[in-house]
Design a protein around this ligand. Structure first.
Ligand code: SF4
Length: 359
């Protein structure tokens, strides 16, 4: 803070000096009576030089890093999950969940800083208090904070119809993770609990989304186990508003390296394999591809302590909590690339009031 004030003061001082030197120079020219063509040329050249210095100092002012706006935030309020996906990149490293009043305080701070969309994620967000913790936050964000968009990413296995009856009105979008339409492949990946069918859950939740007017979305992680699959028929049948297709991502400390709870190496595919999958599904209009690079820089991720996580170095480096230092301070350590966020289409029609939800 002190340093940036000194820099700004220095620039102002430089501008004042240049302007004064210019005036003295012009006065001398006038005093000695130089009004010849050469004298005028010197004056014109000098003025141009001064303008250039002003332009440069103004320009350097403009490139002072801008504090990003937290337009769209992903709040991973829990790391606990009932599934064991082998490539999971937000693993159960702690069992901490903030008390709900603290979580609400943080969400209000984000709203005051410009948040328009909140996405609740995990771990599995329906695990805490059988979905009631999540439901209360969803209701708070829509009813009290009046956010244009409230969404959830879930594995879908713990959602009950009663949840939609209580909280469905406050939810814009529900995304269910599904990587394969072959039950055995889901099991190999670890996207399952016991003998329950992941696909049955997926279809059931899609039908409730229809009944309770919540936009339905599917997220798929493309990895070595599903990279050859053709999912077009199933996606057409389920008709999600968006199908997010991610390239399996390695994050040090989460699914790779010494202290990680998962080993994602055997799931990793090349950029070319990912592209081949996208090409095979190129006629699916709701498909939104997410390469590794887009995923690393263009998401604002808040962890269970409401700390932003910077993923640029291939690991998750936390900021301080927004509850302790405020949003503007913490967001500077988020690694968030606002331009990339806009480039990847991060801002889209995300309020169900604006969508024509026809089924
Ligand atoms: S469903 Fe899978 S990827 Fe998602 S949090 Fe659970 S274990 Fe991780």
């Amino acid at each position: 803070m002190l340093l940036s004030t000194q820099i700004v003061f220095g620039k102002m001082l430089l501008q004042v000096c240049i302007t004064n030197l210019h005036s003295i120079f012009v006065s001398i020219l006038d005093w000695i009576g130089i009004s010849t063509g050469r004298g005028r040329a010197v004056r014109v050249a000098h003025k141009a030089a001064v303008r250039e210095v002003h332009r440069k100092t103004d320009k350097s002012e403009a490139v002072t890093p801008k504090i990003p706006t937290p337009t769209s935030v992903n709040y991973h309020f829990t790391r606990q999950c009932n599934y064991k996906c082998g490539f999971c990149f937000h693993t159960a490293k702690t069992s901490f969940v903030l008390p709900i009043e603290d979580a609400k305080r943080g969400l209000r701070l984000l709203k005051e800083s410009g948040m328009e969309k909140i996405n609740f994620s995990g771990g599995e967000p329906f695990l805490q208090e059988k979905g009631d913790f999540l439901g209360k936050l969803v209701q708070f964000c829509k009813q009290d904070l009046q956010l244009p968009s409230v969404s959830i990413v879930s594995n879908g296995s713990l959602i009950r119809e009663i949840w939609f009856q209580k909280y469905g009105d406050y939810l814009d979008i529900l995304a269910i993770s599904c990587d394969s339409f072959d039950e055995d492949t889901n099991k190999l990946i670890g996207r399952t609990q016991g003998r329950k069918s992941h696909l049955d859950n997926l279809y059931r939740v899609q039908s409730w989304c229809k009944d309770y007017k919540v936009a339905f979305k599917i997220n798929s992680v493309i990895n070595t186990f599903n990279v050859e699959e053709d999912m077009r028929e199933y996606i057409a049948e389920l008709s999600p508003v968006r199908w997010k297709v991610f390239q399996c991502l390695v994050i040090e400390g989460e699914n790779a390296g010494e202290n990680a709870l998962r080993e994602a190496e055997r799931f990793v595919i090349s950029d070319q394999q990912f592209q081949d999958f996208l090409d095979r599904h190129s006629d699916v209009t709701c498909l939104v591809p997410e390469s590794n690079q887009k995923m690393r820089d263009s998401y604002l991720i808040l962890d269970e302590y409401m700390r932003f996580l910077d993923c640029r170095e291939g690991r998750k480096d936390p900021s301080k909590s927004i509850l302790d230092v405020g949003v503007e301070n913490a967001i500077q350590f988020s690694g968030f690339d606002e331009k990339m966020f806009l480039k990847r289409g991060g801002k889209y029609m995300w309020s169900k009031a604006d969508m024509r939800l026809e089924w």
